[in-house]
Design a protein around this ligand. Structure first.
Ligand code: NAD
Length: 430
């Protein structure tokens, strides 16, 4: 494989994905320019502030490997590689919003030099590189495979994961041509200590990421359905899953919960569903899976309603404390968090809602766990933060006269909590 002269990297979009990547490239000896349209973010980065405090890699390395952070797009002009890490959300109708990818591609195409490598890391459906990104560069006079090279290397980062981070997660990469692929392989192999697998086409690289996240969405939907069935049957789904997991092959543990959140799992399958429809294929299974997961916050509220009914308490005017706003444990990421859906459903039932999240205090209505327990008659545990798991005990709930608790993450000791008769404990599928 030829060796390419790649020294300067521009990272476009400094979020959960772009920021660790910029720091890692700098650590590995590249000149790094980080560009973002968010002026506030750039100001904070210039002051050396870590925007993602739960990211262990950033905690250890952000200040050690400072890179040039800028709002000025002309600063990226000399980069040999441009890596686009901008959001790929869906709108309120679940239609893909490629606005940020288009905006970032326009910025790069306007400023990049001839011969540069452009890598899209944002999660996209198959054909986005061909139908959206490539034409932007062609419109700016570039010839793909001759004086500009375009690849797709989907990011798989799992924010807050102490084991897997930007340094060691294997990647796949696809490109329009051999040179683009070789340049990409050289770069990613130089910064990541794991397999970088070349894909036969850029389309296959795009599809790989969508398959991974659709796989997860479907498996979660399946256990959510099983959980609802087992609630009706009086079977503990968690015990059953742990039992099934003793089979050493052909079973993979997924657990049910009060909902699926984050920027990826509930969002990415919509990209595939929409694009497949344009090509004449109508996904059924995947759509049903997404609907099942989207229904879990409402189901969780129904579980509370049933528990309160048993205690002969009406939902209307009951003060319900929602514990946790972020979509997953021990982080402060609120994107697509089911907590907000749960709050909406509680309000539809005319409950009075209070919230507390130790990681998102500014958006919580209460200042502490004690305060929310004091104010609430019932609880929904929506996020399995360590602070909740450590502090909540049957005695504490009894002390504050809690009448029902729905453990939306099945993270409390069911046996222990069920023994106490002053309140009702319910999980999801247990
Ligand atoms: N967060 C994750 O866990 C994760 C994991 C794997 C893949 N992804 C994918 O990576 C992509 C980025 O996700 P993220 O979580 O880093 O998003 P993010 O919202 O944390 O960060 C994106 C950044 O891009 C900036 N931006 C938006 N438009 C821009 C433009 N035109 N030019 C320059 N900057 C722009 C935003 O200001 C923001 O700082 C998405 O496609 C996402 O699906 C995310």
């Amino acid at each position: 494989m030829a060796k390419y002269d790649l020294k300067t990297v521009a990272v476009i979009g400094l979020g959960y994905v772009g920021l660790p990547l910029a720091v890692r490239a700098k650590e590995k000896g590249y000149e790094v320019i980080g560009f973002d349209i968010d002026e506030e973010k750039i100001k904070l980065l210039k002051k050396g502030q870590n925007l993602f405090k739960k990211d262990t890699f950033l905690k250890e390395n952000l200040l050690k490997y400072p890179f040039k952070a800028t709002n000025n797009a002309s600063d990226i002009a000399q980069a040999d590689i441009h890596i686009i890490c901008v959001p790929t959300p869906v709108d309120h109708l679940h239609h893909p919003d490629l606005g940020p990818v288009i905006g970032a591609s326009e910025t790069v195409a306007t400023h990049c030099k001839k011969g540069a490598l452009i890598v899209l890391e944002s999660t996209v459906n198959p054909y986005v590189s061909e139908e959206v990104v490539r034409p932007i560069f062609e419109k700016h006079g570039f010839v793909v495979g001759k004086n500009i090279f375009i690849s797709h290397c989907p990011e798989r980062i799992n924010p807050g994961d102490p084991k897997w981070d930007v340094t060691n997660i294997p990647r796949v990469v696809g490109s329009f041509d051999k040179k683009g692929l070789e340049m990409s392989l050289q770069f990613y192999r130089s910064i990541i200590d794991a397999e970088i697998r070349p894909m036969r086409s850029i389309r296959e690289a795009e599809a790989t990421k969508i398959l991974e996240n659709s796989f997860r969405n479907i498996n979660i939907a399946f256990v959510n359905e099983i959980a609802m069935s087992f609630d009706a049957l009086g079977i503990d789904v968690k015990d059953v899953i742990d039992g099934a997991a003793t089979k050493p092959f052909a079973f993979m543990k997924h657990y049910p919960s009060c909902g699926v959140g984050g920027h990826c799992i509930p969002v990415d399958p919509h990209y595939l569903v929409e694009r497949a429809k344009e090509s004449g294929f109508n996904h059924g299974f995947l759509k049903y899976a997404m609907e099942t997961n989207e229904g879990m916050p409402a189901y969780t509220v129904e579980r509370l309603q049933d528990a309160l009914n048993e205690k002969r308490i009406a939902m209307k005017d009951t003060v319900v404390g929602v514990l946790g706003l972020s979509y997953k444990a021990n982080i402060d990421d609120l994107r697509e968090s089911p907590s907000f859906k749960i709050i909406e459903h509680l309000k539809e039932h005319k409950c009075k809602v209070e919230t507390f999240d130790p990681h998102v205090k500014r958006q919580s209505t209460m200042k502490s766990l004690e305060a929310i327990l004091k104010k609430s008659q019932a609880l929904i545990l929506a996020t399995d933060h360590k602070e909740f798991k450590d502090a909540l005990t049957p005695a504490l709930l009894k002390k504050y006269d809690i009448k029902a608790i729905i453990d939306g993450k099945n993270c409390l000791d069911k046996e222990l909590f069920s023994k106490e008769k002053s309140f009702i404990y319910r999980g999801i599928g247990r």
